[in-house]
Design a protein around this ligand. Structure first.
Ligand SMILES: [Zn+2]
Length: 150
């Protein structure tokens, strides 16, 4: 039984944009409380456009495939466009993830937002999508496998 489709496997076996940038304009990290995956995403910004992105992921195949896909998707996008990227779009682009692995793609979504948040803080930029954003907080729409405490 194949748990992962070909696109996911391809991004897992040959991940794009692995590593670190020399002088990143923004660095975001995020860890999953569910499976212990850790992700770092760095971005290079020129004229409000993401011109490069790199990631380092300590995690399962889905986390690696998601970061690979997510970094590929944001390169060439403006900051505003990148902020609109959701984990659902990452999953769609990957051709689907097993339900129990959906939370791993949330990491990429979060790490990107955190990298942009870092960039915004360092450069005094304000983005509507980041208003009231807390880089350390879990997002409500998380697909956790564990029951949330009320
Ligand atoms: Zn995972």
């Amino acid at each position: 039984m194949a748990l992962y489709n070909d696109t996911v496997m391809e991004h897992f076996m040959n991940p794009q944009n692995v590593g670190e940038l020399e002088n990143p304009d923004g660095t975001g990290t995020y860890g999953s409380p569910v499976c212990g995956d850790m992700m770092q995403i760095q971005i290079k910004v020129e004229d409000e456009k993401i011109v490069d992105a790199k990631f380092k992921t300590f995690g399962c195949g889905s986390a690696i495939a998601s970061s690979s896909m997510a970094t590929s998707m944001i390169i060439g996008k403006t900051i505003e466009e990148a902020l609109e990227l959701t984990n659902k779009e990452i999953i769609k682009e990957l051709g689907g993830l097993p339900a129990v692995k959906v939370h791993c793609s949330v990491l990429a979504d979060k790490a990107i937002k955190n990298a942009i948040y870092d960039y915004a803080m360092k450069n005094g930029k304000v983005y509507a999508a980041l208003e009231g954003y807390d880089p350390n907080e879990d997002e409500d729409e998380h697909d956790h496998d564990v029951p949330e405490e009320e």
